[in-house]
Design a protein around this ligand. Structure first.
Ligand code: C2E
Ligand code: CA
Ligand code: CA
Length: 897
């Protein structure tokens, strides 16, 4: 908008300028015309002057020429008079004397001759310019006409110019000589001719004239031919001033122009122009000045109008803004105390508008009694200090409505130097309400945040604690240890007891998770009871716990604590009406070295724990550096086992089982061997435990089973009839869900395969799925044997519920029978039980032939042991069996009696 107006303005001012400067322009044109005209006139005058001067000069020139010629003619008259008087008798000498005398006078005549009867008889000077004597003028082409005229008319004739032989240019003056011949009158005698030196004539007449450019044109004879005899012919055509010189017959025209030409600037030209310019400037200057004044005035007027317009616009906008925002404007005259309100102030205060009254009382009356003191104080402060007035107060409207008003004002002095405060008021009730609501909302949000914080803390607690036991968890432990790592002094010294429950997995697997959970809760409770206030126990895994004891390292104290813990954990737990027991092993590691990080300490405790478990259950071990290398070894073993499983380096060896009476081979037990790539063939003591811990024992079992079945088929193929093969089966494999499925695929011929289950596998509380698995195994025609019978804790009753096909008496029971009567009785009673329940009895660890016969006599049907055969490879076994060819070995003679 502004730009457009600016553009309009510039156009308007342009047109206005034209209007203002038009008179000036006209004056300029007038002055210009006047100066031009005056200059022209000046030049014209100049030209006329020139012409007059030229005419004057020319007149003088003509007079000179005519005078000189006339003078020459006049001089000739002297001789002419003599000739007229003496005529024919004049002697030559006399002529010459007279002529010499004549020519001695200054004139332009250079020669005189007399020609009686037109033939030259007298010449002076002789041999000079006039040719020769006896020159007949009638016969001269050039002079012929002139002398004829002289003779006929009796006039003086001037002819020429002619150029003489010596190059001189001359005029010829012929003077008629007429003699008085008495009464008869006058007789023509001849002519007297004089030569006038033309150059001299010109020079004596003032030619060349200094200031004139002159041309002389002669008319020759009557024919009227013209011919420039002097000067520059250009003068003839340049508007010359012309005059005529008459010599009797001939006529000359003289043309003259000023030497500098007609068109020279007048001498006063510069001065004249300067004067004209000065006059012009003197006229134009004031006119322009007036025009510019007029223009400036007009511009000032329009600027004023624009300002007025702008002011109107701003006022209008302000009005709209105030109206829209409902802002009231007030003004307080500090001196008089008069408070002036605009219309909106009345609306704000809900008061009837008054005109020109002091509204201070109205204002004071409206302000809420609680706020009026503060508002007035602030106002007085403003008056005192001149600082801006800012205040917020409530007003009570006549209707009783309460409004919140915000006020702002500034001090100024008006044109009469009166102190005034001008200010605005506006209604902020809505803002206030909004603020209150916001405050309320904020309070609510705070409450909400507190709840969230509580929830967060709860979650944080959950994330750091084990839900089942309420003990801190692994994360908590890690954080705690990390903090301890970072701290120094007493807090940085602590001891870790790493606790692992023995056989927990079995309980979980066989009795279900309920039992497992109960054991875990029981353990947690026992740990809590037995540790000191500053210490804490954490559950860091399934059945793993860590107790952190801060402070001094005191190995015996921790050994005692660990034993107490084991004892407490060992206490039976009642679950579903039965007592469950669980063992515990504990590894202890202390932070004796400040560089030792928690992570390493945990590993150390774990190594100690491993050692404790390795050395048997319910043990306590303190970490030593030696253990570490052991652990490294076992790690190496573990890695090797895993590798060997992949590479099928576990092979089945076979130990035959014999009928106690006939010593025929009635079966074989498959025993796992590790064909170690470096150490050679290793027996199970080198790997069973590790494989169990690595959870890969089931894989080895499966491999041995596969190989056994394969060998059975091979033996049969080679005509070797082995009735049955027994394979050892680990708890892991037995409880494997996939076992039955796998066995079904193998298609075992019923009665040819039996599984040896360790008595130590707890079947007391076996769950449904185990029962089902055993039933399924039996249904496939696979026999169940109880291995190592007599060493486990299992009740005989529960074992019998499994309806095994055989009981395998452990070699610990077998060995002492030769020396111990009670042991013999024990075997005997086992045999009795078997017989009554139709369960076969097999004895293992039969190391001597004495054992063979004694066990046979005690009633064991089957025997297995070094005395009869050692475990051997499949091939060795085939050879062994063929060599024996089923023949029974003779029993030792001492015992056979
Ligand atoms: P076991 O089932 O009681 O196996 C019999 C063990 O007694 C074998 O030891 C065998 O070599 C040994 N033995 C046999 N006759 C005599 C004897 O007259 N005197 C003595 N002192 N020992 C004799 P081996 O092969 O070292 O096996 C040890 C244990 O390893 C086995 O005990 C069995 O529990 C386990 N085992 C062996 N093979 C496997 C397998 O494939 N799977 C599983 N889960 N365990 C296996
Ligand atoms: Ca066995
Ligand atoms: Ca055994």
């Amino acid at each position: 908008m502004t730009t457009r107006r600016k553009g309009d303005l510039s156009w308007a001012s342009f047109y206005a300028s034209i209007a203002y400067y038009a008179p000036a322009f006209i004056v300029v044109v007038g002055v210009f015309l006047a100066v031009t005209y005056a200059t022209h006139q000046n030049e014209k005058l100049n030209l006329e002057n020139l012409r007059t001067n030229t005419t004057e000069s020319l007149g003088r020139l003509r007079a000179g020429l005519e005078g000189n010629i006339a003078a020459n003619i006049h001089m000739m008259q002297g001789i002419a008079a003599t000739l007229e008087a003496e005529g024919d008798v004049i002697a030559k000498d006399r002529f010459e004397t007279i002529a010499r005398h004549l020519l001695s006078h200054p004139s332009q005549l250079i020669s005189v001759s007399a020609s009686p009867d037109l033939v030259t008889r007298y010449v002076y000077p002789t041999g000079g310019y006039m040719g020769h004597l006896n020159w007949n003028l009638r016969r001269d082409a050039k002079q012929h006409a002139a002398v004829a005229k002289v003779q006929n008319e009796g006039k003086i004739v001037v002819t020429g110019p002619i150029t003489l032989r010596d190059g001189k240019t001359v005029l010829v003056v012929h003077y008629p000589i007429v003699q008085e011949t008495g009464a008869a009158g006058r007789t023509f005698w001849g002519v007297l001719s004089g030569l006038v030196d033309l150059d001299k004539l010109y020079a004596d007449s003032g030619l060349p004239a200094e200031s004139l450019n002159v041309a002389i044109v002669a008319n020759e004879g009557e024919e009227g031919t013209t011919h420039t005899i002097y000067g520059n012919p250009s003068a003839v055509s340049d508007h010359p001033v012309i005059t005529t010189v008459n010599f009797g017959t001939d006529q000359w025209q003289i043309f003259a122009v000023p030497a500098s030409g007609w068109y020279t600037a007048p001498a006063n030209a510069f001065l004249f122009k300067l004067l004209a310019c000065i006059i012009g400037v003197m006229i134009i200057g004031p006119v322009l000045w007036v025009a510019s004044l007029l223009r400036e005035r007009q511009e000032n007027i329009s600027a004023l109008r624009q300002r007025e317009e702008d002011l109107r616009t701003i006022s209008h906008r302000l009005e709209i803004a105030l109206e829209a925002s409902k802002i009231g404007v007030w003004e307080l005259d500090v001196g008089s105390g008069i408070l002036d309100w605009d219309a909106r102030m009345f609306m704000l205060f809900d008061e009837k508008p008054t005109d020109g009254q002091n509204n201070y009382a109205t204002w004071r009356g409206s302000v809420h009694p609680d706020d009026v003191e503060d508002a007035e104080r602030t106002l007085h402060e403003t008056i005192k200090t001149g600082r801006d007035f800012t205040n917020e107060f409530r007003i009570v409207c006549p209707s009783g409505e309460i409004r919140h008003i915000r006020a702002y004002g500034t001090m100024y002095r008006d044109s009469a130097f009166r102190k005034k405060i001008v200010g605005v008021n506006w209604n902020v009730t809505r803002d206030m309400r909004l603020q209150q609501e916001l405050r309320k909302a904020k309070l609510q949000a705070d409450k909400h945040n507190q709840e969230l914080e509580r929830a967060r803390q709860h979650m944080e607690h959950n994330s750091l604690h084990d839900a089942l036991t309420e003990l801190p968890n692994r994360r908590y432990l890690d954080q705690h240890l990390k903090a301890a790592d970072a701290s120094e002094g007493a807090h940085s010294t602590y001891t870790l007891l790493h606790i692992d429950l023995d056989r927990f997995k079995e309980i979980n697997d066989t009795l279900g998770h309920g039992a497992g959970d109960e054991i875990l809760r029981h353990t947690a409770a026992r740990l809590r009871e037995n540790i000191r206030g500053g210490d804490f126990a954490a559950r860091i895994g399934g059945d793993e716990f860590v107790v952190v004891c801060a402070g001094r390292i005191d190995a015996p104290r921790f050994t005692d604590l660990a034993r107490r813990l084991i004892d407490a954990v060992n206490m039976p737990v009642r679950y579903s009406g039965q007592d469950c027991r669980v063992g515990a092993s504990i590894g202890i590691a202390s932070r004796s070295n400040a560089d030792l990080k928690a992570e390493q300490l945990l590993i150390n405790a774990d190594i100690a724990l491993y050692e404790a478990k390795r050395r048997g259950r319910n043990r306590v071990e303190h970490y030593t550096d030696a253990m570490r290398s052991l652990a490294v070894d076992s790690k190496r073993t573990n890695d090797a086992i895993l590798r060997s499983i992949e590479r099928n380096e576990f092979v089945a060896h076979f130990q035959p089982q014999f009928d106690s009476h006939t010593l025929e081979i009635v079966g074989v037990e498959a025993l796992a061997r590790w064909d170690h790539p470096e150490k050679g063939m290793l027996d199970p003591s080198h790997f069973i435990k590790a494989a169990e811990e690595l959870n890969v024992i089931a894989k080895i079992d499966a491999a041995i089973l596969d190989q056994s079945l394969l060998q059975m088929t091979r033996w049969t193929a080679t005509g070797l009839h082995i009735p049955k093969v027994s394979v050892n089966i680990s708890a892991q494999r037995l409880f494997d869900d996939m076992l039955v499925e796998h066995l079904e695929e193998l298609n075992v011929r019923p009665g040819t395969l039996s599984f040896e289950l360790l008595e130590s596998i707890s079947f007391d509380d076996k769950n449904e799925s185990t029962n089902n698995a055993l039933a399924a195994i039996r249904a496939l025609g696979i026999d169940i044997e109880i291995d190592d019978f007599g060493t486990g804790y299992a009740s005989i009753l529960s074992l019998l519920k499994l309806s095994p096909r055989r009981l395998k008496i452990d070699r610990q029971l077998t060995r002492p029978i030769l020396e111990s009567e009670p042991q013999r009785r024990l075997i005997s009673s086992i045999v009795d039980i078997g017989r009554s329940l139709n369960i076969e009895i097999i004895a293992e660890g039969v190391e001597t032939m004495d054992h063979v016969s004694l066990l046979r006599d005690l009633g064991c049907q089957t025997l297995q042991g070094y005395a009869l055969a050692r475990p051997m490879s499949a091939n060795d076994f085939a050879i062994f069996a063929k060599q024996r060819n089923w023949f029974p070995r003779q029993p030792a003679s001492g015992l056979s009696a």
